[in-house]
Design a protein around this ligand. Structure first.
Ligand code: NAD
Ligand code: MG
Length: 383
């Protein structure tokens, strides 16, 4: 049995992961399951999967969790420090499925134990950058990319040398507003933004897909995961989300990974790596899909990828500032406090106003994140 922890067990990534584990129950011993506030859902998962420990991030809900799991041989804990301690428990694999920079400290705790981390939580890597990649190297940890694009690239690169890469091309669905004219974007609602055409995901990443900031964050994520240089990374819009990304080599060969738009495929690739496992996902029916199309991204309508590329070029604290400002802006948009197009302009405003020095430690990364949040909050009208 392999020991596995699922951070963010109640989320979309958590659900897809646990669905695969459920089908292969004898293979796994669940170490930790965590959630932020949904006690009932976490308790139900804990009753089913019998982890060693269940952790609720929001400490005010700890009593409710304790009550729900009373009498069971499952340790229960709450709060940020408990999340970190749970993530540091020995496990063969840790699924980093928390959303936002909130997942950084637990993910780093798993890395510091030299664990293998299946990374969905892209914001953690974007914020921490070299602080995380240096910790991976120092502690002999392994990062397995779960983000579908990065998982695709990881698969295409297997057995190849980074020096032979000409291009890495991240595909983007373009999100729900792909074909909307500029004038309509300002009035786009949260309900419209979270209705992604191809993928069923959490609210935050769905809004990021609509602004294309998701692809911007993924560009920075790819920059850290695949050291071929920023100038070899590009983005192409591919509305069908069948080609999950591709790598072109110096000899003119391009390798791509294709699959259904179902996160259980890249998650399974990480769960079984370096082997393969069965998934219940429908086989790819290319004849039924018929057409795969590609087009250049439109940065005039969707400036987020430009901002992210500039942040990656600048390095240091800038990607963390971009990420934190975006998290605040997306939350404000979902709460109806700002319009859709204000998300990207707010990120740009914070990038112009706040330029802290490059962080060299996890604490300094967290300080950059807090500082950028304060700057972004100050741009919002009082609630
Ligand atoms: P989600 O909103 O569905 O779930 C988020 C999970 O994180 C929940 O379990 C929640 O309880 C937990 N969480 C939220 N805030 C927290 C906090 N402050 N402290 C501790 N835990 C907290 O999100 P998701 O769509 O599953 O995405 C998770 C991560 O995976 C994100 O970084 C996202 O960008 C990435 N990702 C998701 C998908 C997808 O298909 N959903 C695809 C690629 C990458
Ligand atoms: Mg992705």
């Amino acid at each position: 049995m392999r020991r596995i922890s699922v951070l963010g067990a109640t989320g979309s990534i958590g659900a897809s992961t646990l669905d695969l584990i459920r089908r292969d129950r004898d293979q796994w011993r669940i170490v930790a399951l965590t959630a932020q506030s949904r006690v009932e859902e976490l308790a139900a998962l804990a009753r089913e999967f019998r982890p060693e420990i269940a952790v609720i991030g929001d400490e005010t809900r700890l009593g409710a969790l304790r009550e729900a799991l009373a009498g069971l041989p499952i340790a229960v804990a709450g709060g940020g420090a408990a999340l970190i301690e749970a993530a540091a428990r020995p496990a063969a694999l840790t699924i980093a499925g928390i959303v936002g920079c909130a997942g950084l400290a637990p993910t780093m705790a798993a890395i510091e134990q030299g664990q293998t981390v299946a990374l969905a939580n892209k914001e953690a890597l974007v914020s921490a950058g070299e602080v995380m990649t240096a910790a991976v190297a120092r502690h002999g940890a392994t990062l397995l990319p779960v983000d579908s694009e990065h998982n695709a690239i990881f698969q295409c690169l297997a057995g190849n040398r980074p020096a032979d890469v000409r291009w890495i091309t991240l595909t983007a669905s373009g999100g729900p507003f792909r074909d909307w004219p500029t004038a309509a974007l300002a009035a786009a609602t949260p309900a419209e933004a979270v209705r992604h055409p191809n993928w069923d995901m959490g609210a935050k990443i769905s809004v990021d897909s609509a602004t294309m900031m998701n692809k911007g964050l993924e560009l920075i994520e790819a920059f850290h995961l695949f050291p071929v240089g920023l100038d070899r990374l590009r983005i192409i819009v591919h509305p069908q989300s069948v080609v999950h990304s591709m790598v072109e080599f110096r000899d003119g060969s391009t390798l791509a990974q294709l699959g259904p738009s179902d996160m259980r495929v890249p998650i399974a690739s990480a769960l079984a790596w370096p082997a393969r496992m069965d998934t219940p996902c429908a086989p790819l029916d290319l004849a039924a899909i018929g057409e795969l199309t590609f087009r250049a991204p439109d940065e005039a309508r969707f400036p987020a990828t430009r901002l992210a590329r500039q942040a990656a070029e600048a390095g240091g604290a800038v990607p963390g500032v971009l990420n934190a400002a975006n998290e605040v802006a997306v939350a404000a948009f979902l709460a109806g406090r700002i319009g859709f197009t204000r998300i990207a302009t707010m990120v740009e405003d914070v990038l112009c106003a706040y330029a802290p020095p490059a962080p060299g430690s996890l604490d300094e990364v967290m300080a950059v994140d807090e500082g950028a949040r304060r700057h972004a909050d100050a741009l919002l009208e009082p609630a």
